[in-house]
Design a binder for this molecule. Sequence first.
Ligand SMILES: [Zn+2]
Length: 194
Amino acid sequence: MIRNDVRKLIEELTKLPGISLKIAHKVAYSILNDASLKEVIKNIADTAEKIQVCPDCGFFRSKDDGCDNCHEKTDEICVVATYSDMSAIERSGCFKGSYHILGGLIAPLENMLPEDLLVDQLKRRVELNQGVEVLLALPFSIEGDATVIYIQDMLQGLNLKLTRIARGLPSGAALDVLDRRTVLEALQGRSYIN
Ligand SMILES: [Zn+2]
């Protein structure tokens, strides 16, 4: 029954982040009335199909051509907790090196343990890029500090410069809500650890 198909379409739309039931109704109506939007949806699915999360750096890579972000030599790796932290730095245009997305921060109470993060992979990247600067763009929180200490420990004895973004970020503010100037100051004010 056609009514069921429409309901199904709306249900599928509400599975997307940020799409409420009300918006889903609106979008469904638009899709059903505009053939070009059906093409857009097909293109999104086809393009997403070609992309996967890179198991070595946590960024996106092409399924066919490998990872632009981590399979090339680099002299600077910026380590972030999440994709949204990375995109905040990327949008600011202040950093030109490559990224390493850990996939979270150490938080035992939330079941995030060191082995859940891409730290071994970071170690391998440092070994392949002798003398690299590893810039830790991690929050100044209990979880952020615990993660910094763990990484420091894991990278001990390797040939690298380990730095961390400047203190002075508003307490609790995630990088993704900060403006370009704040991101720039945080990156420029980086300091050596060890
Ligand atoms: Zn990669």
